[in-house]
Design a protein around this ligand. Structure first.
Ligand code: ZN
Length: 337
C-alpha cells in the first residue's frame, strides 16, 4: 500500500515535471531574451509587445530611404520626407513632416549642408522628440567642391553650404553607399542589439546589390574614352571620380537660385574650347538653362536624376534609378566616342 502511494506520488511528480516545468521555462526564456531569427521576426509582425514593435525611421531623401528599408527589413517602418520631384537643396518641410518626426525612433540624414531642414525640424521638436539622429556622411570620405569643379569654380562662392567647401552628394557613389549602409546597420544594432544578426544579414544582401551596380557602372563606362560633360549642379562629383567621368563645369553653383549670366558666359567659352557636347539636366530643376547652353555649344541635353522618385516604377529604388542614369550616360557617351 505504502509502495503504491509512493509510486502514485512519483508518477504525478514526473507528470508535473514533464508538462508544467518546461512551459514555465519557455515563458521566462521567451520574455527575457527574444533570441534567434525566427523568434525576432515573429516578434515584429503584428506587435505582440510594444517594446518589440517596429522601429519608426524617417529619412530625408530616397537613397537613404532605400538604405533604411533594405537594412532594416521587417523590423522597421520607414517614411521619406522629400516628395517626388523635390530637391533637397530647396525643400521646405511641412506641418505633416513635423508630425511624422514626433513618432520617429530614428532619423537618417545626409548632413554636409544638404538636408539642413531636417536639423531645423528636429531642433524645433525640442524635448518632445525621442528620436536618435544619425548623419550618414559622418563615416564617409568627403570630396571638396573644387576637386569636382575643375573649371568654372567661382572664387569663394559657395555651392551647397555656408562653408562652400564640401560636396554633399555622397550617395551617387555606390561604394560610399555601402559604407552608409554599414553605418545604418550599426545604428539599428545600437537600438535593437538582440536583432544584430538580422541587420547584419540584410546589410550584406544590400551591399551585394550595390556591388552589382558598381560592376555594371565600371564595365559600361570603361568602354568610353571621352566622358566630358556639363551638369546643372555639382551632383556628379563622387560618381565622376569613381568611374573616370569628367565634369567640366556646372551651370548652377547655388541650386535654387538663378544662375549668374556672367558664369554662364564663362562656362560656354570653356565648353567650346574643350568641345564638350553633353549637358546633363535634372528632373528637380528647370531644364531651361541646360537647353540654352546646349543650343550655344551645338550639344545635347540628357536627363540624369540624382534622387529618384517613389511614384515612378522605373526610379523608385536607388539601384533602379542609378541603372536608368547609366542608360543616359552610355547613350550620351556613345555619340561622342
Ligand atoms: Zn544637389
Amino acid at each position: 500500500m505504502r509502495k503504491k502511494a509512493f509510486m502514485a506520488l512519483m508518477v504525478s511528480l514526473i507528470i508535473i515535471g514533464i508538462f508544467i516545468l518546461p512551459s514555465c521555462q519557455r515563458k521566462t526564456d521567451g520574455g527575457a531574451t527574444p533570441s534567434g531569427a525566427t523568434g525576432s521576426e515573429a516578434g515584429t509582425t503584428d506587435s505582440p509587445e510594444k517594446s518589440q514593435g517596429k522601429i519608426v525611421v524617417i529619412t530625408t531623401i530616397l537613397p537613404l530611404y532605400d538604405i533604411a528599408r533594405n537594412v532594416g527589413g521587417d523590423i522597421v517602418e520607414v517614411k521619406n520626407l522629400l516628395p517626388p520631384g523635390g530637391s533637397p537643396h530647396t525643400y521646405e518641410p511641412t506641418v505633416e513632416d513635423s508630425r511624422n518626426i514626433e513618432d520617429a525612433n530614428v532619423i537618417f540624414m545626409v548632413g554636409l549642408g544638404l538636408d539642413t531642414w531636417m536639423e531645423k525640424l528636429t531642433s524645433a521638436m525640442g524635448e518632445k522628440g525621442k528620436m536618435k539622429i544619425f548623419t550618414l556622411s559622418d563615416g564617409v570620405k568627403i570630396l571638396s567642391q573644387t576637386e569636382v569643379e575643375e573649371i568654372g569654380t567661382h572664387s569663394g562662392e559657395d555651392s551647397h553650404n555656408k562653408e562652400g567647401a564640401v560636396n554633399p552628394h555622397i550617395w551617387m557613389d555606390p561604394m560610399r553607399m555601402k559604407k552608409m549602409a554599414e553605418d545604418a546597420r550599426d545604428a539599428y544594432i545600437s537600438i535593437r542589439p538582440d536583432q544584430k544578426e538580422i541587420f547584419e544579414q540584410n546589410c550584406k544582401i544590400y551591399q551585394a546589390k550595390l556591388d552589382g551596380l558598381d560592376k555594371l557602372y565600371s564595365e559600361e563606362l570603361s568602354k568610353f574614352k571621352k566622358k566630358d560633360f556639363i551638369t546643372f549642379h555639382a551632383f556628379l562629383g563622387y560618381l565622376s571620380k569613381r568611374y573616370g567621368l569628367n565634369e567640366v563645369a556646372v551651370i548652377s553653383t547655388s541650386p535654387g537660385q538663378e544662375p549668374d549670366p556672367r558664369h554662364i558666359a564663362e562656362v560656354i567659352e570653356i565648353l567650346k574650347k574643350y568641345r564638350v557636347k553633353i549637358v546633363f539636366a535634372e528632373p528637380q530643376f528647370s531644364p531651361r538653362e541646360a537647353e540654352a547652353i546646349a543650343r550655344e555649344i551645338n550639344g545635347k541635353v540628357a536627363i540624369v536624376d540624382p534622387i529618384g522618385a517613389l511614384d515612378d516604377p522605373k526610379r523608385d529604388t536607388y539601384v533602379k534609378n542609378m541603372k536608368e542614369n547609366l542608360k543616359a550616360f552610355t547613350e550620351a557617351f556613345s555619340e561622342e566616342n
